[in-house]
Ligand binder design. Structure first.
Ligand code: SF4
Length: 354
């Protein structure tokens, strides 16, 4: 049914991360064993009585110029991890490197310099734009704060160029957000992120609040901008079709940890972790013959991040769980070159019975 890693590849156990196999300088952004916990206070002296373990030891690297997708159900910790990477939330433990500099140790002006290079586009363009600011000031204000322009004339010229690059026109600069459709607002949000010449863009479900017809336009725009400006993306989504359309590699998150990471084709054609297999089985396919003949149905909800199951955290929902899964934390193993999973077994889904 499955190859048991404990018997087959003791020597191949990796305790920390896929980063150990990387070459120096390969990654623009790296997270090393990052934890983001939120304490719950209680009792007479308001002591910490539990922790919400939103991110629970994530080590991944985003290669320069790639689009790395981050998928998982809601509650898997994707957004908290993304915000931790940008230092919008401070990690409880761990290191985050941007081009070799540990940004968890930076403060004040130095941190602000790195912030310019790492920008975010939020899910909801209705909430993320200031309704009292025109598009012009939405775009020129960050340029002035980060000193990427010398004067107003330069800022206005840059704003005109930016709106054109996202498919709007300079006449739009004088308008307010409420005068635009959802898709146009998201174009403005993308332009604002690009206003300070970043190298890394974190896209947090950028199309999920838009109509399906508009989603494809925004995805195509993001793809074009990535190539025009040589950007690196971390693209967060729960929509696997969107991830497949845009990403070179994909990391799958479950209950605060990355349980599988691989290049996109391998992950979609040959998923190895039972959680990924179940997520992909749930995607409707026009021709079922072309996809997995066997299907896995995810039972129940993601357990609470306050009370994480022992051993493998997916075991309460995994149809292949064994006694060992409850007792031992699964290692991160490279099952094929560049394809890593956090599981005790290498399951062959063609023959394995849940
Ligand atoms: Fe693998 Fe975890 Fe499932 Fe065990 S419970 S088979 S370790 S995913």
């Amino acid at each position: 049914m499955a190859v048991n890693f404990a018997t087959k590849r003791d020597s191949a156990y990796l305790t920390e991360s896929t980063l150990q196999a990387s070459e120096k300088g390969e990654y623009l952004v790296e997270s090393h064993n990052v934890f983001t916990w939120f304490p719950i206070k209680g009792g007479l002296f308001s002591r910490t009585i539990a922790n919400v373990r939103a991110v629970d030891g994530v080590s991944i690297g985003v290669r320069r110029g790639e689009v790395l997708g981050l998928v998982g159900e809601s509650g898997s910790g994707k957004t908290t991890f993304a915000r931790t990477i940008l230092r919008l939330v401070n990690p409880t433990k761990g290191e985050i490197f941007f081009e070799g500099t540990d940004i968890t140790k930076l403060k004040g002006r130095k941190l602000q310099q790195f912030r310019r290079r790492m920008q975010i586009v939020f899910q909801d363009p209705y909430a993320s734009l200031d309704p009292r600011q025109t598009v012009r000031s939405t775009l020129t204000e960050p340029m002035k704060i980060h000193h990427t322009v010398q004067n107003n004339r330069e800022a206005n010229a840059a704003a005109e160029k930016l709106v054109e690059s996202v498919g709007l026109n300079p006449d739009h600069l004088a308008r307010f957000p409420h005068e635009f459709s959802g898709g146009q607002r998201q174009r403005i949000a993308v332009a604002r992120a690009l206003a300070v010449n970043p190298e890394f863009l974190l896209l947090d479900e950028p199309t999920s609040s838009l109509d399906v017809s508009v989603q494809a336009q925004i995805l195509n725009l993001l793809r074009k901008l990535q190539s025009d400006y040589e950007l690196t993306y971390l693209f967060i989504s729960h929509n696997l079709s969107v991830i497949r359309h845009l990403c070179n590699r994909v990391a799958v998150m479950y209950l605060g940890r990355v349980v599988e990471i691989s290049n996109s084709d391998d992950l979609f054609n040959n998923p190895k972790h039972p959680y990924t297999f179940a997520l992909l089985s749930a995607v409707p396919e026009p021709d079922p013959q072309t996809r997995f003949k066997k299907r896995a149905i995810l039972q129940g909800d993601v357990p609470s991040p306050i009370d994480i199951p022992s051993g493998c955290r997916f075991r309460t929902r995994c149809p292949y769980a064994t006694k060992k899964c409850a007792e031992e934390f699964p290692p991160l193993v490279e099952v094929e070159p560049g394809h890593w999973i956090e599981c005790h077994y290498d399951i062959d889904y063609k023959v394995a019975k849940p």
